[in-house]
Design a protein around this ligand. Structure first.
Ligand code: AMP
Ligand code: ZN
Length: 112
């Protein structure tokens, strides 16, 4: 009963821009930047703390997905930010591990 699992399995609509055996990349429904994508492992995993030995490969594939998605959106030269919100203090809302890709315009520095 997970929102992102439903998106991955196309049980609810979304704007998927890339999908392979390991990853699904789709547009964030409430974009915080001109380009705002979510890079999501197809395998359900809620938190970083649920990572197991062997999942390192999957993490690497998420970064490869970010590179592909940035190129597809023409922001590989201008830059982008990759964010993982993990747990309540970081305001993780969807409990299926994911990485945000934000770009397409100058952003403020997140640490001020
Ligand atoms: P987080 O706070 O890191 O868990 O981020 C969850 C993100 O999922 C937010 O940026 C939401 O805008 C986004 N989101 C929620 N529902 C959907 C949906 N149905 N399709 C696409 N993105 C969604
Ligand atoms: Zn899930």
């Amino acid at each position: 009963d997970c929102l992102f699992c439903k998106i991955i399995h196309k049980e609810i609509p979304s704007e998927i821009i890339y999908q392979d055996a390991d990853l699904t990349i789709f547009k964030d429904i409430n974009p915080a930047a001109p380009v705002h994508l979510l890079i999501v492992p197809n395998q359900h995993l809620a938190f970083v703390s649920e990572m197991e030995p062997g999942d390192e490969v999957l993490l690497g594939k998420m970064f490869s997905g970010a590179k592909i998605a940035a190129e597809m959106n023409g922001i590989d030269q201008t830059g982008y930010r990759l964010i993982i919100n993990n747990g309540p203090d970081a305001h993780q809302e969807v409990l299926h591990f994911h990485m945000h890709l934000l770009g397409g315009g100058k952003m403020r520095h997140p640490m001020g």
